[in-house]
Design a protein around this ligand. Structure first.
Ligand code: AAT
Length: 290
């Protein structure tokens, strides 16, 4: 460990550790679920760390939050009711709020400390909480979905941490089954689905579970996030049986002129949406064969 630097170490990426120079530690706490740290970095703005793992930096959070939100919501006409699991920083809420068709957003985050710390240190991210359509529930996403009314959501976005710690069950088959149950016919889900470079085994499992459960379409997409392990992160995008969803050809573009916030998109556009589904050959072989 180099003094003055944060190194991201985990058994999920053994033998490597991306490091950021720390200017100042702004917050350190322990919640009921995890260790929470916020620090000012030299080159990526403020950084939120849970159990030693980077959740977001101010500089590159757009690449993740915009993609995990707009890949599903721009793929269906008129999304009205949306559920977000995790995402306590509020960034996904900020992005969902760009869609004028949305009438109601439920959000279930397990850790209230993440919500409070984000409001205090990441106002440009936590701005998502100011939207009047948001209903925040503090609780476990697994339990929330078990109790959700059948067929009630147009889209579910699972902005979850890695499968070590409180998010473990969010990567397992019963969870995907309850997501499918909560979606309307032709509804869509987008889940955080780890790195092509590091986690092909996890991705294989998710893909085979999803092919059994989701009778619409099942796709993997990815984006570039320099401060996530290996610099990339992927998403599992699935739809339930019903009206066809062609994720690769978005039909519901964001009309930035109608957006309530004046903030322009930094990363997402229609071209990068389609491109996100192009996979390197080594991954295509595995994912297509599942
Ligand atoms: N948008 C920032 C990126 C994240 S945040 C993941 C969130 O999921 C955290 O706030 C965490 O508290 C929450 N969470 C974890 N488990 C559960 C659960 N069971 N129910 C509800 N919320 C949960 C993801 C970063 C990805 C990092 C990649 N290495």
């Amino acid at each position: 460990v180099i003094p003055g630097w944060f190194s991201e170490m985990s058994p999920m990426w053994p033998g490597e550790a991306h490091s950021l120079k720390v200017e100042k530690v702004l917050f350190q706490g322990k919640s009921d679920y995890q260790d929470v740290i916020v620090f000012q970095s030299a080159t990526y703005g403020k950084v939120l760390v849970l159990d030693g793992v980077i959740q977001l930096t101010e500089r590159d959070e757009c690449a993740y939050q915009e993609m995990i939100t707009h890949l599903p919501l721009c793929s269906i006409p008129n999304p009205k009711k949306v559920l977000v699991i995790g995402g306590g920083d509020g960034g996904v809420l900020r992005e969902v709020a760009r869609h004028p068709s949305v009438e109601h957003i439920d959000m279930c985050e397990i850790d209230k400390m993440v919500v409070d710390v984000s409001k205090q240190f990441f106002p440009d991210v936590a701005i998502g909480y100011e939207d009047p359509r948001v209903n925040l529930v503090i609780g476990d996403g697994v339990a929330f979905l078990k109790n959700a009314a059948e067929g009630s959501y147009d889209a579910v976005i699972v902005d979850s941490s890695d499968p070590i710690g409180p998010a473990k069950e969010l990567f397992e088959k019963p969870f995907f089954q309850s997501v499918a149950r909560a979606l309307r016919p032709g509804g869509v889900v987008c889940t955080q689905a780890e790195s092509l470079w590091l986690h092909m085994d996890i991705i294989e499992d998710i893909v085979s579970n999803c092919r059994e459960i989701f009778k619409g379409s099942v796709n993997y997409a990815w984006t570039s996030v320099p401060t996530y392990p290996s610099g990339v992160i992927g998403f599992m995008l699935c739809s339930t049986e019903g009206p066809d969803v062609d994720f690769k050809h978005p039909l519901n573009p964001i009309d930035e002129s109608s957006s309530k916030s004046n903030l322009p998109l930094k990363f997402y556009n229609a071209e990068i949406h389609s491109a996100a589904f192009c996979l390197p050959s080594f991954a295509k072989k595995v994912i297509d064969s599942k």
